[in-house]
Design a protein around this ligand. Structure first.
Ligand SMILES: Cc1cc2nc3c(=O)[nH]c(=O)nc-3n(C[C@H](O)[C@H](O)[C@H](O)COP(=O)(O)O)c2cc1C
Length: 196
């Protein structure tokens, strides 16, 4: 199956809402499917033993989900200007794929949600790109032909879609944010199809 893996972590639902919009964009392209997967929480003291299937939302990702994808959208809430530990923990478990070069040449994009407008969207997005470059992935952002980049009053960056969730993290995705998420999904799917 040809799929874009939409690998995300979300505690309060904002990043998960972005992931669903990206999935819609992917599935607008014939010949490509979206696979939504999440990662478990990490414990401060030791590995927590969670049920294999989370109570709600997307299933947990396996390294095989990552190995076999045609492309990747990687999403995390901003935590102190960086990705959440849960996502970093999963990425740090991917050495086997790095050694085999499984992700080399595949397209990848990144997305994030913050509670404050200038609280680190760009830093989080660019920091998520670093491990993907180490894996040899081809980074895909958003071009300014997406008019929403010029007019958004909330999230949306050329480095990837973003969402301003507000101090209580409850603001819904704006129309611009939704469209930019779908644009990333379409772009990843189209790039993966062209590369194939
Ligand atoms: C430990 C921690 C650190 C955070 N750091 C930032 C930050 O640096 N900048 C910011 O704007 N929001 C920060 N937030 C807020 C989250 O990024 C924001 O609530 C986000 O929308 C949550 O996404 P989610 O609904 O997918 O969990 C932080 C939240 C937590 C719990």
């Amino acid at each position: 199956m040809n799929y874009i893996l939409i690998l995300h972590y979300s505690r309060h639902g904002a990043t998960a809402a972005m992931a669903r919009q990206i999935a819609r964009g992917v599935e607008e392209m014939d010949g490509m499917e979206a696979r939504l997967r999440t990662v478990p929480e990490v414990s401060t003291t030791c590995e927590a033993v969670d049920p294999a299937v989370p109570d709600e939302g997307a299933p947990y990702a396996s390294l095989d989900d990552l190995r076999d994808c045609a492309g990747l959208a990687l999403g995390s809430p901003t935590r102190f200007g960086n990705m959440a530990a849960a996502m970093k923990h999963f990425i740090d478990s991917s050495s086997r794929l790095w050694i085999s070069g499984a992700l080399i040449g595949k397209p990848a994009g990144v997305f994030t949600s913050t509670s404050s407008m200038h609280g680190g969207q760009e830093t989080t997005l660019t920091s998520m790109m670093m491990p993907l470059l180490h894996h040899g992935m081809l980074l895909v952002g958003l071009p300014y032909s997406e008019n929403d980049l010029m007019h958004t009053q909330s999230g949306g960056t050329p480095y990837g879609p973003s969402h301003f969730a507000g101090s209580d993290s409850k603001l819904p995705l704006s129309d611009e944010e939704q469209r930019l998420c779908r644009a990333l999904g379409r772009r990843l799917a189209l790039t993966a199809l062209k590369l194939a």
